[in-house]
Design a protein around this ligand. Structure first.
Ligand code: HEC
Length: 125
């Protein structure tokens, strides 16, 4: 019986270590950690959003690529991106399952810019 407390302590220490490791593995960086000065007040689709989606997403999410609108999502126009924003936000900013696998990940600054675009009412230009 005298073994139980020390095993329990070791077990707890191992669990804490595992949770810390798992925590660090979630996403590459906290998408909230960003210098507010790096985010323009007035974010527009044409100046800020489109180039980022082009870089991170459109190779798969367009009607002409080899994946042809991957998963049924076309992110190659203002109208479609605006209409898809809630899903885009879930996939890329909240769950961070997009871009998938080893594809280039959004930075915290990219995430803040996308959120600012929503806050500003999805300006086109
Ligand atoms: C390497 C190709 C690839 C890239 C790059 C990519 N996606 Fe995807 N995406 C997919 C595929 C394939 C699916 C459908 C299968 C799935 O849901 O995993 C998908 C599904 C989605 C979905 C639907 C998710 C759901 O829960 O149903 C959204 C929204 C999405 N992608 C947004 C994005 C955004 C935003 C980016 C860029 C930040 C991006 N994707 C980059 C391939 C890609």
């Amino acid at each position: 019986m005298s073994q139980i407390p020390s095993n329990a302590t070791e077990f707890c220490a191992a669990m804490v270590a595992a949770l810390l490791l798992a925590g660090c593995g979630l996403g590459d960086e906290a998408l909230e950690d960003v210098d507010p000065g790096a985010v323009p007040q007035r974010v527009t689709y044409e100046a800020h959003v489109q180039p980022r989606l082009e870089y991170y997403c459109v190779a798969c999410h367009n009607p002409h690529g080899s994946l042809g609108n991957a998963g049924g999502w076309n992110l190659s126009s203002y109208r479609l991106v605006k209409a898809s924003f809630a899903s885009l936000e879930q996939a890329a900013l909240v769950k961070q399952i997009m871009p998938p696998g080893g594809a280039r990940r959004l930075t915290a600054e990219d995430a803040a810019i996308l959120r600012q675009w929503k806050r500003g009412g999805f300006l086109q230009r």
